[in-house]
Design a protein around this ligand. Structure first.
Ligand SMILES: C[S@@+](CC[C@H](N)C(=O)[O-])C[C@H]1O[C@@H](n2cnc3c(N)ncnc32)[C@H](O)[C@@H]1O
Length: 322
């Protein structure tokens, strides 16, 4: 029997999501996953070394310092899946610790082909390790990895960089429950989470004086121009950040500097913006160290261990599937 797989057309999906987000009543919104095209992934790499953005360095310090301890808490024969790996630079520490005791299969799962290519280059030299990348959304990729496990294999899922913070709190719980459904009892999730800190420090982290984060954000409009033939004038929009105290998140927006109409032909759309109206492009939720234990319990895990960076409050949480 011949089975035809129907693969969704990415440009069609992109256009549909852009149309949905820009025609929403009230606050206009775009999904943050679209920030990561070739340019966006390259800009994110620069963000991760900015002095104001301590998050990536804190994550890496913890992984470097505690890799042996983390790996020591896992049973042997581990397959590693990483959600939204980016370049995977920080993951090296965990993978090297694992590879010292066993040959390791590593599966980065990325929506960005550029990030996936960087990851394979970055980690391709680790001995005793094979890499198979999946250009997929998080859970679609994880399902494919889970299908490769053999009896006795233990799955370690890495979700680093506090990318979980891009989900609002209810959506994060739903996501973790869905992730748990793909795992077996005893599997592990190493979850990196940025912790609450003074608001000015948080705002600086997402609004650096060099303007790299602004470029990262504005690139979303440039991407819509490139891929959907839109006519956004980039200089007519500006990067804006605000702290949402109720949600405990830093929000990134793109503010229209004047009243204007933008046409997006490949989304069959013309959008009006009033002066100062914003498009909400990303949220980064912040956590308390204690709430991670509750989050684990509410989503079918228990938090077996937690490591916190003293310099930039950030937690690495080892969740075990119940
Ligand atoms: C904030 S970056 C973090 C990268 C890296 N994990 C780190 O900690 O530096 C988020 C990464 O997730 C990827 N990503 C975003 N949404 C995704 C999705 N829905 N499915 C798969 N990957 C996604 C992006 O391409 C990006 O590389």
């Amino acid at each position: 029997m011949l089975i035809h797989a129907i693969t969704p057309d990415p440009v069609y999906e992109f256009a549909a999501d852009i149309r949905a987000g820009l025609t929403k009543s009230g606050q206009k919104e775009l999904p943050s996953k679209y920030l990561y095209d070739d340019v966006g992934s390259a800009l994110f790499e620069v963000i991760s070394v900015l002095p104001e953005y301590g998050l990536t360095r804190a994550d890496e310090r913890l992984l470097q310092r505690h890799a042996s301890d983390i790996v020591g808490q896992l049973p042997s024969r581990v397959l590693v899946a990483e959600l939204g790996s980016g370049t995977g630079k920080k993951t090296r520490w965990v993978l090297k610790a694992l590879c010292r005791r066993q040959h390791t299969s590593y599966y980065p799962i990325e929506i960005s082909p550029t990030a996936l290519a960087m990851c394979k280059r970055e980690l391709g030299d680790i001995e005793s390790m094979s890499i198979v990348g999946f250009e997929r959304e998080y859970l679609d990729g994880l399902l494919e990895v889970a299908a490769r496990r053999r009896d006795g294999d233990h799955l370690l899922v890495l979700f680093l960089g506090s990318t979980i913070g891009n989900f609002d709190r209810p959506a994060a719980l739903t996501f973790l429950r869905q992730l748990r459904q793909i795992l077996l009892p005893g599997d592990s999730l190493l979850l990196g989470t940025d912790l609450e800190k003074p608001i000015p420090q948080l705002l600086d982290a997402y609004h650096d004086p060099l303007g790299v984060t602004a470029a990262f954000n504005l690139n979303l409009l440039a991407r819509i121009n490139r891929e959907l033939d839109a006519d956004f004038i980039l200089t007519d929009f500006e990067h804006a950040v605000r702290f949402n105290a109720e949600a405990r998140s830093v929000e990134m927006h793109l503010r229209s500097k004047r009243a204007q109409t933008v046409s997006i032909p490949r989304a069959e759309l013309s959008v009006n913006f009033s002066a100062d109206e914003t498009i909400w492009t990303e949220s980064s939720h912040k956590y308390s160290a204690e709430e991670l234990f509750d989050i684990a319990q509410q989503t079918g895990f228990h938090c077996q261990a937690q490591w916190i960076d003293a310099q930039w409050p950030f937690a690495e949480n080892l969740f075990i599937a119940e």
